[in-house]
Design a protein around this ligand. Structure first.
Ligand code: DX5
Ligand code: ZN
Length: 229
């Protein structure tokens, strides 16, 4: 049986990067494990960011896998576009998917049709319970627990999400599923160990990487704190 993933990975969120100098910014985070790309549509969340052409441009210059987080309504309509643009993991919000089981299946299937192993991720807003994923676990490669209400970088980590992370890690281990558990929002050197102890293994970090002058040091500090947990 495949073992549950516990490998610690740091995923800087380019939402906090300087978009005018994106190629240079991406070079500063080459020591990261993943690049987290926040897609917002101005409807599901109040903010508006980027679409498939920018994801494709990032793909061309980034040596790291792209962890694409869709904060959009009706994500099922654009799965193919983001896979073609180069998403390695595609995350859809449970709150935006009335047919979540089918949508997650389509991510893997469209990837396979294009000869790629695209990973399916379901995302939970802070107000959404773990139960929303109980019957779709087999369809998942990754779960993303939002630790802020999505839409903006630079918000404070919501401590009340820790029991939800523990619950999900418990299900993953009990069923021996190869699912990564990611957290996103307000992650810093101060709280990353608590999220890791609760069971998260992928850590998105926007401000705590890009607001620092030395991104390599920032990534290493986060990695060290998570591993020490
Ligand atoms: C929030 C985004 C996050 C955000 C994280 O809606 O999904 O990925 O960029 O930024 P920080 O780490 O600054 O909270
Ligand atoms: Zn995100």
């Amino acid at each position: 049986m495949t073992q549950p993933s516990t490998e610690i990975q740091i995923a800087p969120s380019i939402l906090a990067a300087d978009f005018v100098h994106l190629a240079d910014e991406l070079r500063t985070i080459e020591s990261a494990d993943l690049v987290h790309v926040d897609v917002m549509d101005g409807h599901f969340v109040p903010n508006l960011t980027i679409g498939p052409p920018v994801v494709a441009a990032i793909r061309k210059v980034s040596p790291r896998p792209l962890d694409v987080h869709l904060m959009i309504e009706s994500p099922e309509t654009v799965i193919e576009a983001y896979i073609e643009a180069g998403a390695d993991t595609l995350g859809v919000h449970a709150e935006a998917c009335p047919h979540l089981h089918g949508t997650l299946g389509r991510i893997r299937k469209i990837g396979e049709e294009k000869g790629r192993a695209v990973r399916a991720c379901a995302v939970l807003n802070p107000g959404t319970p773990a139960d929303a994923l109980e019957f779709v676990l087999e369809e998942l490669d990754q779960i993303l627990v939002m630790t802020v209400n999505p839409g903006f970088g630079g918000q404070s980590f919501i401590e009340a999400m820790l029991p939800k992370i523990e619950t999900l890690r418990g299900w993953i281990e009990k069923r021996g599923l190869p699912i990564d558990l990611e957290v996103d929002g307000g992650i810093s050197e101060d709280n990353i160990a608590r999220a890791a102890r609760a069971g998260a293994n992928i850590f998105v970090a926007g401000t705590s990487v890009f607001a620092r002058p030395d991104r390599k040091l920032a990534i290493e500090a986060l990695r060290r704190a998570a591993r020490a947990a």
